[in-house]
Structures are given as C-alpha cells and as structure tokens.
Design a protein around this ligand. Structure first.
Ligand code: AMP
Length: 397
C-alpha cells in the first residue's frame, strides 16, 4: 500500500481522530456481535500505547440525519471500556461544545468516543463545513473503517481536506493488502465464487475479475438470469429480465478470455418461498413452472467444492441459496467447508463480508479461512476495481 500508515507516525502528545466502523448490531442497549469493535483494537491500542489521545468517530445504523436514541454510540463506548485498559469518555455529540468538552476532558493515553456522525445530515453529504468541524478535534487523522471506505462521507473522506497527515489504520491496511495481493498478484488457480440475489450487484465484479481469474463460480439467485440467457427453463426462480442479455454477454466474454464459468448443474427447488415448503432436487434443465430454485443442488455443491479445494486463491462473495432457511442452506455451507479445506491445502481464502461472512460464522469456520472482510459493500467495490474514496484521500507515502 502506498498510503501513509499508522505505524509511520509519531503519536506522543498528539490527538488522533480515528474513523472506525462501530456499526454493530444493538438491541435494547445490548451489543450482539462485537467483532467490528474488536477488529479496531490493534489500531486503538497502538495509539494509546504510543501516548496519544484518541478521538473515535463512527456511524451506527441509518438515523437519516436525526438524533435517534436507538442509534446512539453510548452503549458502544461502554462496551469498548470493557475491552481496553485506559479510560473511555463519551461525547454526546460529534461536533460543537459537547464534543469539544469531552475531547478536552480526556488526557493523553485515553479515549473519547463521540456520538454517531450520522445524527447530522451533513455527514453523508460530505459537507466541507461539517468535515472541518470534525477535523478540529485533533492533529492527525486515521481511517480504520474499511467497511465505510467506499463512502465519500465527511468523517471518511472530507475530513482529510482539513486534517493531514491522514493515515491508514491496521485493519484498513490488512483488508486492502489481502484484496490487493489476491487480485493483482494471485497464486493460481484463482477462483472467484459469486452468489447472492442479484446479477446487477455483481456485474462490475464479474467484469473486472473476468480478466484476472481462472474460474468464476456462480450460485445463488443470480444463477437463474444466466440460465435464462442460455435458454434453460427457470420456473418461478429469481430473474432480472433486463439483465438476461448482459448475462449472455458475460458468458461469451468469459469464453473468449479462457475463463471457466461454472453454473450449478442442479438446484433445490421449492413450491413457495418459505422454510417448510415442499422441495425436490432437479437438474439444470428441470425447473418446472410453479417451482422456484432456492439452493444449488448436491452435484453442484460437490463440483464447486472440488474446484475450490484445488485453488490457491479463492474470493467468495454471496450465498449459494436462501441460506437463512435450513432447507436451502446446504449449498452455502458446502462452499464454506470447501473454503476451509482450501485453506488447509495452503490457499489464500477471502470472504468478502456481508452474507458470506455470516454464513462462515454460522458454519463455525471463520477461523479456518485466511481473511473475513469487515466490509461487504467496500470489498465488492474494491473487487470491481473502483477506487475507494476513504483510501484515495489518505496521505501518499
Ligand atoms: P446479496 O445481498 O445480493 O448478496 O443476496 C443475499 C441474499 O440472496 C440472501 O438473503 C439470500 O437469501 C438470497 N438468495 C440467495 N439465493 C437465492 C435464490 N436462489 N432465490 C432467492 N434468494 C436467494
């Protein structure tokens, strides 16, 4: 990475404003999965141990520019206190007097968590005045919020116009290094596994990876738009009618690039979109009217698994079926298992966040892959070859 890193900076006596992604699930003031907070600890502890004062900025949920108590970061500050050995203060706002007083009250070697930046509508507009107010809290900016780095928002990007040096935190650096190395310098065979509901979300990724990978495995709801492009029957399965032509073009493009595109050879179909519906397994030409495909079938799971196990680099984004329902989760778990075996065989295996990250956790295999990204949207945009605003705006080395 050619951007300034947290480790390059002398932090003693400095106030560091750090954007983190503390967008964790909270119910009735209790934090569910605190993974995102824990992932920021290496950067947080580094600043504290180096004698800096740390001001943390984050968003939580989508309060749409209003102060809504259910989206307060106060419980997060309380939770962070249980994970670090220094004092954690909380500021009831991220700008203005309340923020300033909270920052002043903290000493070097202590932390201040400021209230949700999205309580102000200016945040998502990347408003220069708001960015400047956030910048006034410190001497150095650090972005460690990979999951928000695809957003050109004030606390992610705009702030760097007013606060330099702007450096990458350890989590951001780790995320980028995994993605960058795998895409630009992959050990081969390099396999991309793409699933999820919509072709439209993955078009950019397919187009970018088609010149880089050896194999693209396609599963999930988007399969059936590709089926349609090949003239196969799809019954009531998910279809993006306006993407059928494009799906056909992508299949052609893969062929001319010598990229192996694997689509499911069988599917598990159900009568209705519900857990206890009647189901059966059918071949790729066997999806009848009145049935919808909701998971890849066992033969596909085996074929996909074999391809993944033999790979040396694998990136996975998107479930193979409606994995939230047990009846349609087998294909996704088979891919999760194959990812784990590939890792044991020496492959670099990356989970691109979002639903695939939930699936690998549900399978209990999150420690058996090389990297689970904390940012679904951000890693997808990175894989599309798009420059992320939260990274582009950091100081060059
Ligand atoms: P995405 O957000 O595009 O990654 O899509 C994830 C969602 O796709 C999950 O909620 C899955 O339940 C859903 N999904 C995966 N396969 C299918 C399918 N065959 N039919 C309908 N939904 C699906």
């Amino acid at each position: 990475m050619t951007k300034l890193s947290l480790k390059d900076l002398d932090l003693k006596g400095k106030t560091v404003v750090m954007r983190v992604d503390f967008n964790v699930p909270i119910k009735d003031g209790v934090i569910g999965d605190d993974n995102r907070i824990r992932q920021a600890l290496p950067s947080i502890n580094h600043v504290i141990e180096a004698g800096g004062k740390l001001v943390l900025l984050s968003h939580l949920g989508r309060p749409k520019g209003e102060r809504k108590p259910e989206f307060s970061l106060k419980p997060v500050a309380g939770h962070l206190q249980s994970l670090v050995s220094c004092n954690v203060h909380f500021g009831e706002d991220c700008i203005g007097d309340q923020a300033r007083k909270a920052v002043e009250a903290a000493k070097a070697g202590e932390i201040v968590v400021l209230e949700n930046v999205r309580f102000h509508p200016e945040e998502t507009k990347n408003d220069p005045g708001f960015s400047k107010q956030l910048a006034e809290h410190g001497d150095i900016f650090v972005n460690d919020a990979f999951g928000s780095s695809h957003r050109a928002h004030s606390s992610v990007a705009g702030i760097t116009e007013h606060l330099q040096p702007a450096a990458a935190g350890y989590l951001l650096q780790k995320e980028i290094e995994y993605l960058q190395n795998s895409v630009e310098n992959p050990k081969r065979p390099f396999v991309a596994v793409l699933g999820g509901a919509k072709v439209s979300d993955k078009i950019g990724v397919i187009e970018n990876l088609i010149t880089k990978v050896n194999t693209i495995i396609i599963g999930g709801g988007m399969t059936y738009t590709f089926y349609k492009a090949q003239g196969l029957p799809i019954g009531n399965s998910l279809l993006e009618e306006d993407k059928v032509e494009l799906a056909g073009t992508l299949l052609e493009k893969a062929k001319s690039n010598n990229v192996n595109i694997m689509l499911p050879v069988d599917s598990i179909v159900g009568r209705e979109f519900k857990e206890d519906t009647e189901t059966k397994t059918v071949a790729q030409d066997g999806i009848e009217d009145g049935w919808m495909a909701m998971d890849i079938g066992p033969k596909s799971a085996e074929l996909f698994g074999d391809e993944i196990k033999d790979a040396k680099t694998v990136i996975w984004n998107g479930p193979m079926g409606v994995f939230e329902m047990d009846a349609f989760a087998k294909g996704t778990f088979a891919v999760a298992g194959a990812m784990s075996t590939a890792t044991e065989n020496g492959a670099i295996t990356i989970i691109g966040g979002g639903d695939s990250a939930s699936a690998i956790k549900k399978a209990g295999l999150e420690d058996k892959v090389s990297h689970v990204s904390t940012g679904g949207g951000a890693s997808l945009e990175y894989l599309e070859g798009i420059e992320l605003p939260g990274i582009a705006s950091l100081t060059d080395k």
